[in-house]
Design a protein around this ligand. Structure first.
Ligand SMILES: Nc1ncnc2c1ncn2[C@@H]1O[C@H](COP(=O)(O)OP(=O)(O)OP(=O)(O)O)[C@@H](O)[C@H]1O
Ligand SMILES: [Mg+2]
Length: 402
């Protein structure tokens, strides 16, 4: 072992974040506890071979992972490149080189993915049971997205995925990029290989839960991998298939775009190649990211939630647009309706929810829960009860179950 005092040797960080100099770098992350590190936070995490620690600063929490050098630098670089491809991955903040009692180590620093849940929580907390079925859809969606961008994962598993609630469903994030490779495009062979790895790992993850005694007896453990593969194949086909259309069927181009937008995909390119004979076209599309509704909502309101949350909010704004247009007997722009919604609906509703908002609750998800609650109350009352009444009742019920 090379000599020298234990501690931080070098650090490379993105600007706009703490300098992390007050952390106990002379110790291995294995030995960071509430006693040795004032910023240590105990949060649930997936199983991992490497030591992972969470630390808290004023504005944000971070995840640190200790690896043999130069693995942290390598994983950081991969995450940066995937982020640039607009993929749902944990945000890379930097990497550090340290000398700890056993030798040199490298540490990857990522931003803690707020409101995220490791898959175990979805099985262990009774309040989260209804999300389980969405977990499989979310994983299939994540794999499709990364493959479309030329990324081979190499270690797709429940442990290497984080889940965030998204308008009553789940969105999946890639958390462990150690084995990933980025190519101009992923071959069918590589995609198949990733799916095989996923199937094997998913069964492994569910068997771990069985050992903990938290799996429902009737859970079809061995069918889950196949289910994700089927979902994956269907989604992959929807995005990548080439179709032949007749020249007078040009509306089908718009249909295809709309169907993909509905699934959240933003369209980057439309490829049209004339077929032989001249009256047919081969239609293909390439997608940019899966933030279609997010982009639109953000541009008219400045709010940037998850994709399905954004879709729910846009549906509300369209409702406001239709209602105001009818009332004023003229067509109102979506941006004008968005302003109305923001000032008279969204902000006052969030204001009512402020007393139950804490660090662990995602404001956008709470808003979507209130929308669901409003629908439920309105069905009971056979009339629209309005956002404020729904929010107040929602808060009251939350309080009474605490
Ligand atoms: N940025 C983050 N936000 C929230 N949780 C995180 C973050 N980074 C890591 N975690 C948690 O830590 C766990 C372990 O991280 P990770 O999978 O990267 O470790 P690993 O040792 O490389 O795993 P493996 O054994 O698969 O190689 C994750 O499952 C996740 O629960
Ligand atoms: Mg892992």
């Amino acid at each position: 072992m090379s000599g020298g005092k234990p501690g931080l040797l070098a650090c490379s960080l993105r600007s706009g974040h703490p300098d992390f100099l007050d952390l106990p770098w002379h110790l291995s992350l294995e030995d960071w506890t509430a006693d040795t590190c004032a910023r240590f936070v105990d949060l649930p995490a997936g199983d991992s071979r490497h030591a992972v620690v969470f630390v808290s600063y004023d504005d944000a929490m971070y995840a640190l992972k200790e690896l043999p050098p130069p693995e942290a630098e390598k994983e950081h670089d991969l995450l940066r490149r995937m982020e640039a491809l607009h993929l749902p991955v944990v945000e890379p903040i930097g990497h550090a080189r340290t000398r700890i009692p056993v030798g040199e180590a490298s540490v990857l620093i990522t931003r803690y993915l707020d409101y995220s849940l490791p898959y175990q929580s979805l099985f262990m907390r009774s309040t989260l049971v209804r999300y389980r079925e969405y977990l499989l859809d979310a994983m299939a969606g994540l794999l499709v997205q990364i493959h479309l961008s030329g990324v081979f994962w190499g270690d797709c598993s429940l442990n290497n995925t984080l889940f965030r609630r998204d308008a009553g469903r789940l969105t999946a994030y890639l958390v462990d990029a150690e084995t990933s490779e980025i190519h101009p495009r992923v071959s069918d062979g590589m995609r198949g290989h990733d799916l095989d790895i996923m199937e094997e790992n998913v069964v492994g993850g569910l068997l771990d839960l069985t050992e903990l005694g938290v799996m429902p007896r009737e859970f079809p453990l061995y069918e889950v991998g196949g289910y994700i593969r089927d979902k994956y194949n269907r989604l992959w086909d929807q995005v990548t298939r080439k179709e032949t259309i007749n020249t007078e069927e040009r509306y089908r181009i718009q249909d295809r775009i709309q169907a993909l937008n509905e699934l959240g995909f933003s369209i980057e390119n439309i490829e049209l190649v004339p077929g032989e004979g001249g009256d047919q076209l081969r239609l293909g599309v390439s997608v940019a990211d899966r933030h279609h509704h997010r982009h639109m909502l953000h541009s008219i309101t400045g709010i940037d939630p998850e994709e399905m949350q954004a879709r729910a909010m846009l549906n509300e704004i369209r409702g406001v647009q239709a209602w105001l247009s009818a009332q004023q007997n003229r067509s109102l722009a979506l941006s004008a309706a968005a302003h109305h919604w923001l000032q008279l609906i969204y902000k006052p509703t969030m204001q009512r929810l402020s007393e139950i908002l804490d660090d662990s609750s995602d404001p956008a998800e709470l808003y979507c829960e209130v929308l669901e609650h409003k629908w439920y109350l309105s069905e009971l009352a056979k009339r629209d009860v309005g956002h404020i009444k729904a929010a107040e009742d929602f808060v009251q019920r939350r309080r009474s179950t605490e």
